[in-house]
Design a protein around this ligand. Structure first.
Ligand code: SAM
Ligand code: SF4
Length: 465
């Protein structure tokens, strides 16, 4: 019997990449690859990359340098390590990756990873030739196509679910072309999966143990999937149908664009009980001038009116957002507008970034790039305000008993960690058998980034009956 092959996947970036990494593991499982915990134990390492900010792509090259060293040690011992680079850096930089790091065997874009088995076979053929000639670089096999047929038509069904919660990718790519963003170039134009395929995958996920499903897309609320009867389903319609799938207790979706928050989707927040009262709605800036320069296609007032309408139908809705500080031309007054917007809305959480110049995007060629020191100061001020709001939001829940979906063991023995409907982390003492289940928890104390809680009595006999 041959030893099973081992696969290690390092994932950078967003939830879409986490989903893609899981699907790459699904594609490789039939070839005999089981997951390894460390790159040093693996025969194949996939680095699933993110290109959104400069810092994110540079990390990839340091990782590849470390992997080259492992590969050289292996070869000295008569074995091999295959290195594959996937994701948005693979798409954006293609052959350049192999030039910068010749140890790389495979470069595969986000729309082509269903072809990994063929690419591995080709890499193995090339490796054999290279070894015969006593040369030791990687095979350098490239596939960064946007194939006409979707990868989703070729992927096997999802194989496993971690602790009751699963991602389900329903939409990819983006046609919005915000002037700071690489996504339209790395992920291609907008594509929505057919509604029946999404629902079929949701049923498979439930059968594999999911009770929470997070619908994913770069611009998820632009979803417009073809239904069996030839009509087009919006995200709101898809959510309503997903809520009918037995076993789906929680639904979330991310990432949305304010421009695509239509009336039907806003209404779904009030009408679908499984749709969790938490929405990540990136606004990027509170200044109309900057929003226009970013080509966001909405102003400050539209964002505020969406928030108001959402809160009218779902008063306990918590919001998070994304912000970029130091976009070209951002003045102190523009930044103050952003701070005022945050004050006005009140957020539960947010991701915030210094503007990062991305080659090929219109923003990188704009005049009036903001000095690094100014970006640093603005980011610190914005993050301090968000931290204050997160603390206040967590404190507002202390004393309540809320349903928590437990997801993982905590650091302390006997501790488990889960999520409230508002995506807050909760630490509580409880047995591991509660992981993957939704349990009532009394929130006893609020911390800046989490809450402490006590598990209410769980009646296993009642649940089994
Ligand atoms: N589609 C989402 C939207 O419309 O807001 C966001 C997708 S992007 C993967 C996630 C976040 O990265 C963005 O919301 C933005 O805040 C940030 N981001 C994107 N490009 C950036 C850049 N060049 N510099 C800094 N942050 C950036
Ligand atoms: Fe990038 Fe989002 Fe803008 Fe699309 S909508 S270009 S993904 S920031």
């Amino acid at each position: 019997m041959t030893a099973p092959k081992r696969l290690f996947i390092r994932t950078y970036g967003c939830q879409m990449n986490v989903y893609d990494s899981d699907r790459m593991a699904d594609v490789l499982r039939p070839l005999g690859y089981a997951l390894a915990d460390r790159p040093d134990d693996a025969d194949l390492v996939v680095v699933n990359t993110c290109h959104i900010r400069e810092h994110a792509s540079e990390k990839v090259y340091s990782e590849l340098g470390r992997l080259r060293d492992v590969k050289l040690e292996r070869r000295a011992a008569g074995r091999d390590l295959t290195i594959a680079v996937a994701g948005c850096v693979a798409q954006a930089e293609g052959e350049e990756i192999v030039k910068r790091q010749p140890a790389v065997d495979i470069v595969v874009g986000p729309q082509a990873y269903h072809r990994l088995p063929e690419l591995l076979a080709e890499a193995a053929r090339k490796q054999a030739v290279l070894r015969a000639g006593k040369r030791l670089p990687g095979a350098g096999v490239l596939d960064t196509d946007f194939p006409a047929d979707s990868k989703f038509d070729h992927l096997p069904g999802p194989q496993g679910v971690r602790a009751g919660s699963a991602f389900l990718s329903i939409q990819e790519g983006c046609d919005k072309f915000c002037t700071f963003c690489v996504v339209p170039y790395t992920r291609g134009s907008e594509y929505s999966r057919p509604a029946a395929a999404v629902l079929a995958e949701a049923r498979q996920l439930v059968a594999a143990g999911a009770i929470e499903i997070t619908l994913l897309g770069q611009n998820v609320n632009a979803y417009h999937g073809e239904a069996r009867d030839g009509s087009t389903w919006s995200l709101a319609r898809l959510i309503r149908e997903l809520a009918e799938v037995e076993g789906v207790a929680r639904i979330r979706y991310t990432t949305s664009h304010p421009r695509d928050m239509d009336d039907e989707l806003i209404a779904a927040h009030g009408a679908v009980p499984q749709l969790m009262p938490y929405l990540h709605l990136p606004v990027q800036s509170g200044s109309d001038r900057i929003l226009e320069a970013m080509n966001r296609r909405h102003g400050r007032d539209l964002f505020l009116s969406i928030v108001e309408r959402l809160r009218n139908v779902r008063p306990d809705l918590a919001l998070s957002s994304d912000f970029i500080v130091g976009f070209p031309g951002e003045s102190d007054a523009d930044f103050d507008d952003t701070m005022r917007l945050i004050d006005q809305v009140g957020l539960a959480a947010a991701f915030s970034f210094k503007y990062s110049r991305r080659p090929g995007t219109p923003g990188s060629a704009m005049p009036d790039q903001v000095p690094e020191a100014v970006k640093t100061a603005r980011l610190a001020a914005l993050q301090a305000l968000i931290a204050e709001q997160s603390r206040a939001f967590n404190a507002s829940k202390a004393g309540q008993t809320v349903p928590v979906l437990f997801a993982e063991p905590g650091r302390r023995p006997g501790q488990i960690i889960g999520k409230t409907p508002w995506l807050q982390s909760v630490h509580a003492d409880g047995p591991p058998r509660l992981i993957g289940r939704i349990v009532d928890v009394r929130l006893t104390a609020a911390h800046p980034n989490s809450l402490a809680g006590e598990v209410a009595l769980v009646d296993d006999r009642a649940e089994a009956a």
